[in-house]
Design a protein around this ligand. Structure first.
Ligand code: NDP
Length: 263
């Protein structure tokens, strides 16, 4: 029996154990997925190996610590310095990032997206912006503070604070801030959000499981919007593929994992 876990702080709210256990149980894969509350990101590696894990996911606020903990980082995670999936490969810790591809899966229903506005400049925004750039999508980023914008400048994004923002037209606006996660805040001043929504075709939020005040406004404007549930599903399916090392079919993983969202 292989053991997997999610590391985070807080971690009790995470749906990952339900998602992955639904796959393992229903597809008879001999594994179990638990959750681990981790205070100190610097202890990630020793905790991972002391628990005897075969793999793990990492959530807020340890994704950058996970990158630093790895013996080897592969693929897109190298570009952004953010790891959300860990694999034990013969005693070595290997890191991947499945968040950005999970989001690309989530926005497939919006069709051809050429221009995106990202609200926020944290770890999720970094992963999405770098992934959008790979697809030659034009990316603008607006954050309440300036400090984190240099990463996006270096990527070739248009960057703004609330004070310097210049409105344009967007195919998609996506909220990657944590505004609305545990409070009822908007990701920017209300008038600015209303202007942005009026200039956007589609709306997405990385937050899942609730209608954020941001999505509430999109709903009131009769816009086509979606929350972060499909992103969560997308990143989970890709992580599970790494966990089972091709022993299960992707479509079967997706089907069983999607079922767990109804629980
Ligand atoms: P970070 O802590 O790295 O970044 C948070 C960002 O939000 C920063 O840009 C911060 O601005 C901004 N922010 C925080 N509070 C406010 C506020 N009240 N008003 C405006 N801006 C604010 O977080 P992550 O990028 O790791 O996660 C962001 C969100 O995405 C979380 O809600 C998380 O749950 C969600 N998420 C969802 C996933 C999914 O699968 N659906 C996957 C990953 C994340 P500043 O720089 O000024 O502090």
């Amino acid at each position: 029996m292989k053991l997997f876990s999610i590391f985070g702080n807080p971690v009790s709210h995470s749906r990952s154990p339900l998602m992955h256990n639904s796959v393992f149980k229903n597809l008879n894969y001999p594994a179990c997925y638990t959750r681990t509350h981790l205070e100190d990101g610097a202890k990630l590696k020793e905790t991972f190996f002391s628990l005897g894990l075969s793999g793990a996911n990492v959530t807020v606020p340890h994704k950058e610590a996970a990158f630093n903990a790895c013996d080897e980082v592969r693929g897109f995670a190298k570009t952004v310095g953010v790891v959300n999936t860990l694999i034990n490969e013969n005693g070595k810790l290997i890191g991947y990032n499945t968040d950005a591809d999970g989001f690309m899966y989530a926005i497939e229903e919006f069709g051809n997206i050429k221009k995106i506005l990202i609200l926020g400049a944290g770890g999720t925004a970094k992963a999405l912006a770098a992934r959008f750039k790979q697809e030659s999508i034009e990316v603008s980023v607006i954050n309440r503070s300036e400090g984190r914008l240099s990463f996006f400048d270096n990527l070739g994004c248009q960057t703004y604070t609330w004070d310097t923002f210049e409105l344009s037209n967007y195919d998609l606006v996506v909220n990657t801030t944590s505004a609305g996660l545990k409070d009822e805040e908007l990701p920017a001043p209300k008038n600015m959000i209303l202007d942005i929504l009026a200039s956007s075709k589609y709306v997405a939020d990385a937050i899942y499981g609730k209608l954020t005040p941001f999505l509430q406004l999109a709903k009131e404007k009769n816009m086509h919007y979606k929350d972060g549930a499909d992103m969560l599903l997308g990143q989970g399916v890709l992580a599970n593929e790494f966990f089972v090392k091709k022993a299960l079919k992707k479509n079967d993983i997706k089907f069983e994992m999607a079922k767990s969202f109804l629980l």
